[in-house]
Design a protein. Sequence first.
Length: 236
Amino acid sequence: MNGRRRALALVLALGVGGCVPIGKDFVRPDDSSLKLGKSTFGEVRERYGAPRTEKSWARTDAELAAEVGAPFGVARVSGVMRELDYYHEDRMGKPAAQGVQPSKSARFWFFEDHLVGYLSHSSFLADSSGFDESRISSIVPWQTLRAQVVATLGAPAGVRVYPMVRQRGHELLTYFSFEFDRASNQTRMKRLHVLVNALGVVEDTRFESSAKPIPPPPAPAMVPIPIYIPPPRTIK
């Protein structure tokens, strides 16, 4: 009986373990909670706690573009970049769409210890970063204002300023959505970059999206087990 109880407890533990939240929940960053160019590395880390990953590197133009993506280029300055990365997942949470595994992430970038960019996503219903791509066509370079972009699509999931853009006063607004959909066995991503100049006028946009099948889990490794076969006995 004790053996059966232990086996049952193990099965229950494994079942519940798959539903245990990953990472601490957090409030997605926005313009009202953070001040680009002013908020410091220490202030952001204190607000959000210990990150999933943390790194720093000596900045060059090529490295910055490769590390964070730079659809419209970056400034050529030297200094130290730092990054904080946060992630939270809770399969018991309410997703923004049926079948989606609810999760959220946030990345923060610092130049010389001051915040110069952030990007987040969420597939939770309460703070989803989803946006309506059918409205993108209403954003026209050299005509649409920053305020109109926000009125059309809502608050951006991320914002970057100099030197993560080429010129001082410019901003890169990013709308970003990512869904891990078990129901349709797909991962879906869509991302819109909007470059805004110092006058608050949109200069350029770039949109990309993808839908890919979720790869199957790796097959268990086959470990050969040697079997000893005794030699035949000689009967005398």
